[in-house]
Write a protein that binds this ligand. Sequence first.
Ligand SMILES: Cc1cc2nc3c(=O)[nH]c(=O)nc-3n(C[C@H](O)[C@H](O)[C@H](O)COP(=O)(O)OP(=O)(O)OC[C@H]3O[C@@H](n4cnc5c(N)ncnc54)[C@H](O)[C@@H]3O)c2cc1C
Length: 410
Amino acid sequence: MNTTETSTPTEEEFSSEARSFLEANLPLREAERFVWGEGSDDVSLFPERTPEEQAAELEAARAWARTAYDAGFGWITGPRHLGGRGLPRSYQQAYHAVARDYRVPSQSVFGIGLGMVAPTILAHGTEEVQRSYLAAMHRGDLVGCQLFSEPGAGSDLASLQTSAVRDGDQWIVNGQKVWTSGAQFSDIGEIICRTDPELPKHRGLTGFVVDMHAPGVEVRPLRQMTGGASFNEVFFTDVRIPDSHRLGDVNGGWTVALTTLMNERAAIGGGGGGAGPSVTHRLIELVRAQGKAGDPLIRQRLAEVIVNERVASYTNLRAMASLAAGQLPGPEMSLGKLALTANMVRTYELVSAVLGAELVADGGRWGTYAWSQYLLGAPGMRVAGGTDEVMRNIVGERVLGLPKEPSPAR
Ligand SMILES: Cc1cc2nc3c(=O)[nH]c(=O)nc-3n(C[C@H](O)[C@H](O)[C@H](O)COP(=O)(O)OP(=O)(O)OC[C@H]3O[C@@H](n4cnc5c(N)ncnc54)[C@H](O)[C@@H]3O)c2cc1C
């Protein structure tokens, strides 16, 4: 991209530049029209991919990321000296608003790396790490994953046990992480390790960027109840990380982890509204196809899904506006995530009422049994990125000002 450009375009000029770029490279979304019984009836929340399909999706995602980055739309808010465009967040949103009209290839493989790991590297990484990874991540050359959870540490993340021991200008890492989404195709990971077991648990942690191809890193897929294996166990045996790859201060890893978690909630809640427009649309058509559009109770529940989706999308817009104004992601992101998962529950309960046995036994009818993937995926969404219960604690304490919950182990 052109990093020597000096004048800043107005938002209008930028949007029209974005439209010309997208117009020249992608088909319009308008061409897609949803007709009941035609095309794919997939409503799954987790992708079920064979390794070949996954490799093809990654390649397509990379090809588009490169095209967008090289045209100056891959890292719109990034600092110019690191390869970004140096524009305010509102320009990023302006780009998304235009891009919604085009069939942009899925970029979900980069979701964790760009949504969570990259902002943390930007906030806490050394200049060496920022220069080595940030532009490459935004250009799709490197994929990142989040190595936080362990068998004994999820909601209570500060209990994690994977250790990092200093050896000169390196650290030696040993331990196990779990539920690591996308580790199977990641190049780097953000890992939080225990660096001082003597300190209180939140204070003895340190964050690093680890090379997922380094000797001693072993990734083993975990199959989930949807049938797919989108996350993994990751084992570390004497893995060496240079001290230059440390994020923040030694024993300052809790602050680093919080940066990532706030961005995670923003990334997940940012979807806004549970049943996104296409799922809601499919839900309405399902109710019609099942001959239930005249049932007053079903209509009422359908209206609840639609209203809550709308309210959640406005809450989300408000959160995005405060981000665009330069504020850090806050507890409103927990609200956004809760709104998303609460509407997923409303959605699958309604589908269950409408479909009955056809939800669990494949009768071969288009647009019916496919919903079982949505049903099986929703519990994972209620856990990933902080469980519903933990989100409620955050909202209770930080938004409503309720007393803090008792915390026995410090
Ligand atoms: C689809 C998916 C993808 C994921 N991807 C990643 C990833 O890429 N990287 C990563 O590091 N992790 C990942 N995770 C892990 C995720 O962050 C953890 O599962 C989550 O933080 C919960 O931790 P846990 O599974 O250990 O459950 P626990 O923390 O053991 O919770 C068990 C139950 O207790 C409840 N509970 C726990 N503490 C409290 C409390 N204080 N108050 C009230 N109730 C409480 C919980 O709500 C839950 O119902 C992923 C998980 C899923 C499902």
